[in-house]
Write a protein that binds this ligand. Structure first.
Ligand code: 3PG
Length: 398
């Protein structure tokens, strides 16, 4: 377990009450016409905020939205501030329209105990993403202690996620703590047998993840378009399906350990618009003009049967084109199977990654897994075994 201090240590040291606590959150929420459409990340950040408010800290929140190139009002955190205000009632939540300079200083000076101040998009500051030491020094003057609760931004070595952690006493927030403990439990001390499900479009982008996971799991289910490359490597005729010819050799190499479970049947159509003519096909019967868009019923049954023997499941990436029904059927059926085994208490189920969360939400089981990480890129990098700068910075100062 990486060693880092938490809010318990902050309290034990009597550090919170009356102190300025600078908190990095991931409030990178989806917006449509200025309205937040999914509050999950904000809701997961509330335990840390509420705890600090209850301890009478002066809470200064930093967060980013999107990837603005400099100051751009399209990426303002104003709508997020509104959502945060509603979620934190009756706690006063103020919004500072700057994320650097004298206005920030002044707003912090006026902040009372048990109050929250959200700064404007921290990526509006040029030095943020460059991890500029001068901006880190300025940021460190704003507070007495720093709390990082943004696991999902921890793969970024930016000032607000990494640089400032070296300049202030630093602590992990409750969400960061929960993500790290859960992921470590799954990757380092899983209860065997362990199954991983990896889907998505390309072997090339998931290669580091596959290589890191294979030695740790008993069964690795591969789905999505990336399974096509494995099927082609085994000599199956996959018709007009997408695949990566440059990765046939690599796929054969990965299959040597005999842990990989591939589709044994598939759902095909000539195009995603040609929904009426979708067909279940054995691997030997795919037509030249047909493309694979989902796993078939025999594959679903095989995965679920194998899963019954497993005690740990890690899922990243959908098994088919879940955004376009009926090609969501395979992902839905397997996800619902995971939810059943989790409810029966035989399976610890962990999922994460942008598309995965959307796919599980679509299958109606997002809350039925043991744990679903809110992280996208950071979750993938963790699964690849890469060090996360935001986590490492907490460890060093612990
Ligand atoms: C995310 O949405 O995964 C995090 O907020 C990180 O965002 P980024 O990829 O723009 O750094």
């Amino acid at each position: 377990m990486p060693h880092f201090e938490t809010l318990d240590d902050l309290e034990a040291n009597g550090k919170a009450a009356g102190k300025r606590v600078l908190v990095r959150l991931d409030l990178n929420l989806p917006l449509q016409e200025g309205q937040v459409t999914d509050l999950t990340r904000l809701e997961r950040s509330l335990p840390t905020l509420r705890e600090l408010v209850a301890k009478k800290a002066k809470v200064i929140v930093m967060a980013h939205l999107g990837r603005p190139k400099g100051k751009d009002s399209a990426y303002t955190l104003a709508p997020i501030a509104e959502a945060l205000r509603r979620a934190m009632v009756p706690t006063p939540v103020f919004f500072c329209k700057e994320s650097q300079g004298p206005q920030v200083k002044e707003a912090i000076e006026h902040l009372g105990e048990g109050e929250v101040l959200l700064l404007e998009n921290i990526r509006f500051v040029k030095g943020e993403e460059e991890n500029d030491p001068a901006f880190a020094r300025e940021m460190a003057t704003w507070a007495d202690v720093y709390v990082n609760d943004a696991f999902s931004a921890a793969h970024r070595a930016h000032v607000s996620t990494e640089g400032v952690a070296h300049l202030l006493p630093s602590f992990a927030g409750r969400l960061m703590e929960q993500e790290l403990r859960t992921l470590e439990r799954v990757l380092e001390y899983p209860e065997a047998p362990m199954m991983a499900i990896v889907g998505g479009a390309k072997v090339s982008t998931k290669l580091p993840l596959l290589k890191n996971l294979l030695p740790k799991v008993d069964v690795l289910v591969i789905g999505g378009a990336m399974a096509n490359t494995f099927l082609a490597a085994k000599g199956h005729d996959i018709g007009a399906s997408l695949y990566e010819p440059d990765f046939l050799e690599t796929s054969l190499e990965l299959m040597k350990g005999e842990k990989i479970l591939l589709p044994v049947d598939v759902v095909v159509a000539e195009s995603l618009e040609d929904l009426k003519n979708h067909q279940n096909r054995d691997l030997s019967a795919i037509g030249q003009a047909e493309k694979i868009f989902d796993i078939g019923p025999a594959t679903i049954a095989h995965i679920l049967q194998t899963m019954k023997r497993c005690h740990t499941l890690l899922w990243n990436g959908p098994l088919g084109v879940f955004e376009v029904p009926p090609f969501d059927y395979g992902t839905n059926a397997v996800a619902q199977g995971v939810a059943r085994l989790t409810a029966e208490g035989t399976l610890l189920s962990i999922a994460g990654g942008g598309d995965t969360v959307a796919a599980l939400n679509h299958a109606g089981v997002l809350n039925d897994f043991s744990y679903v990480s809110t992280a996208g890129g950071a979750f993938l990098e963790w699964l690849e075994g890469k060090p996360l700068p935001g986590v490492e910075a907490l460890e060093r100062t612990a």
